[in-house]
Each structure stands twice: as structure tokens, then as C-alpha cells.
Write a protein that binds this ligand. Structure first.
Ligand code: ADP
Ligand code: 2DT
Ligand code: MG
Length: 214
């Protein structure tokens, strides 16, 4: 039996990641599993949740970065097991958010290379979508969690661009990363674009069994 595919939906706040990840999981046939990062229900995830929700919860920038990464390591084994059962896994945020949000803080020494280090050895997605939307700041759902300000989001966008254009340029060229501008597109239109890209990827790569790692 072929292993499942690891598919990631990435992007800035309110670009439609959670909406699209949920719809993609529903549309995939093989009991696909949705994994959202941060996974807030684990012991480390509860700490992360508190940090995001309560501005008075102080953690050193290095410490919270490593907790976000540890949160992925907590779930890594079960993701691989699910893929080996032949089920697809759709992730809502992952390593790229981890690097981009931390690097955007511009803390001395915490550059992209430093931020990427604890992610080394995690499974690399087979296919990554990066959603952009020039009007997403107008959307409902703007919360009061940490990082939800337009000034910080601009810095995060810049870090994502650096990561995808330079650091992951090979994947970008090989079409493992799909950029999707959703400006002016309905939820259904975006879902159709995501679904076709996934279908095309699976058709071309159905026999790929080896895993890629960061
Ligand atoms: P994210 O997970 O990227 O922060 P969400 O999926 O939670 O974004 O979507 C943020 C808000 O925008 C929600 O209210 C959602 O219903 C709405 N939304 C998502 N996609 C679209 C779209 N294509 N057009 C209009 N509104 C959308
Ligand atoms: P949402 O639950 O709305 O997606 O917000 N983040 C996320 C990081 O800083 N590092 C990470 O590794 C991950 C996965 C992005 C979660 C917030 O947490 C940030 C927004
Ligand atoms: Mg979301």
C-alpha cells in the first residue's frame, strides 16, 4: 500500500489557511487527518496557548521558539505512522511559520539559520501551499492574540519570502511549493485551486515512497 501524502497549508494570518485545510481534509478520500500547529492540547501546546493568549505571560523569545518546535516533535511520530497507514495528513501551519514568526522578531543571534536548527529531521511536506491575500486584514476573525498586528505581519511576510525564495529555492523550482494569491477569490474558488494542485501532484508522484526531511 502506498504511503499517504503530507500536505501543508501555510501563510499569514487570516489568509484562509484553517478554512482551506479543513475543506481539503474533507475532500480527500483516504481518511485524511488534519493536524493544526500549534497543537494546543498537549502539555507543551497548553503553554504555547497561554503565551499566545495572555500578553502578561513572559517567555524568552528563544524559549518559546524551542517550545513551538518541540510541539512539532511531540506529534511527529504519529504523523509518520498515519502516513504509513496510507492516510494523507493535511497540516495547518508548520516549520515555515515557526521560522518566519521567530525570525521576524529580529532578536540578535536568532536568524533564520538559528531558527531552522531544531526543525532539522522533521518530515518535509510533499506539497506546500503558501496563501497570500492583500485584503486579509479586512477579514473578520482578527483576534487579540500575540503577533496579530499589521506591523508584525509585514515583517513575517518578509521572512516567509526570504525563506521560500532563497533557503528553499530548490523546492520552489521543483513545484513542491505552490503560491496561491487568494485576493478576490471565494472560499470555493480557492478550494478548487488547492484540490486541482493536490490531484495533479498525487497523479505525478503516486509511487514516491521515501520521505523527505528538513
Ligand atoms: P487563517 O487560518 O489563515 O487565519 P481562516 O481560515 O480562519 O484564516 O479565515 C479567516 C476569516 O476569513 C474567516 O472568517 C473565514 O471565514 C474568512 N475567509 C476565509 N477564506 C475566505 C475567502 N476566500 N473569502 C472570504 N472570506 C474568507
Ligand atoms: P493560529 O492558531 O491562528 O494559526 O495562530 N506560530 C505558529 C509561531 O510563532 N511559531 C510556530 O511554530 C507556529 C506553528 C503563528 C498561531 C500563532 O502562532 C504563531 C500565529
Ligand atoms: Mg487559522
Amino acid at each position: 500500500m502506498a504511503r499517504g501524502k503530507l500536505i501543508l497549508i501555510e501563510g499569514l494570518d487570516r489568509t484562509g489557511k484553517s478554512t482551506q485545510a479543513a475543506k481539503l481534509v474533507e475532500s480527500l478520500s483516504n481518511q485524511a487527518r488534519l493536524v493544526k500547529f500549534p497543537e494546543r492540547s498537549t502539555p507543551i501546546g497548553k503553554l504555547i496557548n497561554q503565551y499566545l493568549k495572555e500578553s502578561e505571560t513572559h517567555l524568552a523569545d528563544q524559549a518559546i521558539h524551542l517550545l513551538f518546535s518541540a510541539n512539532r516533535w511531540e506529534v511527529a511520530e504519529t504523523i509518520k505512522a498515519t502516513l504509513l497507514e496510507g492516510r494523507d495528513v493535511v497540516m495547518d501551519r508548520y516549520v515555515y511559520s515557526g521560522i518566519a514568526y521567530s525570525a521576524a522578531k529580529a532578536v540578535p543571534g536568532m536568524d533564520v539559520q538559528w531558527c531552522a536548527q531544531p526543525e532539522k529531521g522533521l518530515l518535509k511536506p510533499d506539497l506546500t501551499f503558501f496563501l497570500t491575500n492583500s485584503e486579509s486584514e479586512l477579514r473578520k476573525g482578527f483576534g487579540d492574540e500575540r503577533y496579530e498586528s499589521s506591523g508584525f505581519q509585514t515583517k513575517v511576510r518578509h521572512e516567509f519570502e526570504t525563506i521560500f525564495k532563497n533557503y528553499e529555492s530548490q523546492d520552489y523550482k521543483n513545484n513542491h511549493i505552490v503560491f496561491l494569491d487568494t485576493t478576490g477569490k471565494s472560499i470555493e474558488q480557492v478550494h478548487t485551486s488547492v484540490g486541482s494542485a493536490v490531484e495533479e501532484y498525487i497523479q505525478k508522484n503516486s509511487d514516491v515512497e521515501e520521505f523527505m526531511y528538513f
